[in-house]
Design a binder for this molecule. Structure first.
Ligand code: SF4
Ligand SMILES: [Zn+2]
Length: 252
């Protein structure tokens, strides 16, 4: 047998993944305004392209889309438009006879930290979970539905395969199983949530869309666009390029 790394093919593959992951940037897209319009402006003005590791990171999340095909989930690149802003849900499915948008996520967060039921208001959520929910709300806003579906692939499940001690009863875990209480760890997990949003959330969000759109379109200087500090500031390359004061900061 012979085995050798093929650097030439690696480049070909990585480049085609990169190409596939670059978003079509014609028109004003939702992602230019949220989570941070300043970041969107910096990407537009400085023409910041995805780095190899970023493209691969996004590909990892998108790869699962291809497998969930069938009449319950349709991954289609269908762009919705509302007052000059474009939005593209990951796909569509049917809930109670209604066609609703789907937001697909892939994450290294533990499924143990993700709630199965939500009773609080949307604005009380922070971090990645809030980001997922707001993104889904936006798809619903553009699609004109109150309900949408959030599907989350937890790459690491609940980190069950890595645990030594049971998270429930603290007994020793062997091969991902607890002999004490029967807890079974999950190596990888897919969870799907039906989410129905409050009417008032839509109204407030749309106002925010209009405000950000006007600020975004009103200048060519990213630093003139008010920042929206968020959990991605710590690694925000566009923010770094324009010396945004929030770059590198940890924001919850
Ligand atoms: S560092 Fe944060 S606030 Fe600054 S542009 Fe990036 S995302 Fe926006
Ligand atoms: Zn246990």
């Amino acid at each position: 047998m012979k085995l050798a790394r093929n650097a030439e093919l690696e480049t070909v593959f990585v480049n085609s993944i990169r190409e596939a992951m670059e978003l079509p940037r014609t028109g004003l897209h939702r992602s230019s305004l949220f989570p941070c319009a300043r970041k969107g402006k910096a990407i537009q003005v400085l023409k910041i392209k995805l780095r190899e590791d970023e493209a691969l990171f996004y590909a990892q999340g998108r790869s699962v889309h291809a497998f969930v095909i069938g009449d319950r989930f349709q991954p289609v690149e269908e762009s919705l438009e509302k007052d000059g802003i474009l939005d593209t849900p990951d796909g569509w499915t049917v809930v109670d006879g209604q066609r609703v948008p789907v937001e697909f996520k892939a994450t290294r967060l533990s499924s143990r930290d993700f709630l199965d039921k939500v009773h609080q208001s949307l604005s009380s959520y922070r971090g990645a979970v809030a980001d997922y929910l707001w993104q889904l709300l936006d798809h619903c806003l553009f699609a004109g539905t109150e309900t949408g579906v959030l599907a989350v692939l937890f790459f690491m499940g609940d980190y069950g395969a890595k645990r030594k001690w049971c998270p429930d009863c603290k007994a020793r875990v062997t091969w991902g199983q607890c002999k004490g209480c029967g807890w079974e760890g999950k190596r990888t997990e897919l969870r799907t949530y039906t989410v129905t949003f409050d009417k008032r959330d839509f109204g407030q969000r749309w106002q925010e869309f209009e405000t950000r759109r006007d600020l975004y379109l009103g200048t060519d200087d990213p630093l003139m666009v008010p920042p929206t500090p968020n959990w991605m500031c710590a690694t925000c390359r566009p923010g770094e390029a324009i010396r945004c004061q929030w770059f590198g900061k940890k924001v919850a």
